[in-house]
Design a protein around this ligand. Sequence first.
Ligand SMILES: Cc1cc2nc3c(=O)[nH]c(=O)nc-3n(C[C@H](O)[C@H](O)[C@H](O)COP(=O)(O)OP(=O)(O)OC[C@H]3O[C@@H](n4cnc5c(N)ncnc54)[C@H](O)[C@@H]3O)c2cc1C
Length: 383
Amino acid sequence: MSNPWKLNDAGLALLQKADTVAREVIAPAAKELDEKAMFPKGTLGAMRDAGLLRLVSAKEVGGHGQGLRAAVATCERFARECASTAMITKMHFCGSAVIEAHGNMELRKAISEKGKVTTLAFSEYGSRSHFWVPVSTAKKAGDKIKLTAAKQLITSAGNCDIYVWSSKPAAAEGLSSIWAVPVDAPGLKIPQSYAGLGLRGNASAPINANDVEIPAGWALGGDGKGFDIMMGIVMPWFSLQNCAVSVGMMEGALERTVRHVTKGKYAYNQTVIADLPQVRGWLARARLKIDLVRGHLLDSLDAIENSRPDAVMRVLQSKVAGAETSLEVHDLCMRVSGGAGYRKDNDLERFFRDSRAASVMAPVSDALYEFIGKAVCGMPVFG
Ligand SMILES: Cc1cc2nc3c(=O)[nH]c(=O)nc-3n(C[C@H](O)[C@H](O)[C@H](O)COP(=O)(O)OP(=O)(O)OC[C@H]3O[C@@H](n4cnc5c(N)ncnc54)[C@H](O)[C@@H]3O)c2cc1C
């Protein structure tokens, strides 16, 4: 296996396992998952068996001690087959990174030893895509915390084990606090199941909480310190993995498109669609766009690992670069696939619908352009 991600030997061996899961479990299940809006429980079982759910947990708690680089590579590979599964994986690694940094031993071992699945439950009806200002509440009650919230669009809702949950602080100053919330905590309700245009297999449902009790020891970081965790851990993990999912989806869409245009014959003269120079030109554009984003993603990993001065800019850019380029590349693939691209018997239609999500997932592309624009003009980015 080639190693464009520059993984260490252990990371490369784990990516090989991810590749096997992608080929043998994710790819065969993708169509039904989308059609029936099913959650990929079987895939999570295969990931657990392959040790992939503990990819980013530290070795000291029984994990593999891999970092963002291996997480990115895994998400990219999965997204070539099924964006829903890749998104669930991405959210699990984001939540795992927060729990690793701020969770107690019980929570960390829940991921690394018991194979529990986590996700980010940030988005709320009240603050919509502005996840950094939750309006939901946390109240201290003895040695417990009581959470009340109306969360919207939470990946893996009801299907994971632990939510990494944002709220206003219980008592401290600050914009937010972060908590670990067990999925079966009394008082949590999923008022409706997810029915979306795309990513139909990731159970992105709303969650209501009414005085849901968790132990005070399940705080992730200090009260009022949520913003620091969001910016310091969640933003880089979320943005780069999101970019990786976009890259994987673009690769998957292009591969399927090339298969179609090199095989789809005009019977009257036995030529294929790819014999048309204009079609090859569109495919060349698609290839170039994907490679540009892939290069940016690799550079973003380098920037973070080396604490380069441009690391914050790379983090802000990576999600929007992936999401917006993915819209363009999926458009190009649909264009040259013609009527065949519209049909449900062609995977491309699923990829096209799934590709719409990234730009409206928080931080939405328009907000990221605004942050990047402020940085370009020398203004305070989050001011
Ligand atoms: C499939 C899917 C899965 C998701 N999974 C999760 C999850 O696991 N956890 C989670 O917490 N959330 C999740 N979300 C929610 C997501 O992160 C966003 O909160 C949500 O998609 C935002 O939608 P909204 O309608 O509330 O956005 P709004 O805030 O209403 O924004 C609508 C539009 O307004 C514009 N806009 C908004 N803010 C700005 C700004 N600051 N600057 C410029 N323009 C702006 C943009 O054009 C934006 O698209 C998921 C969303 C989807 C679609």
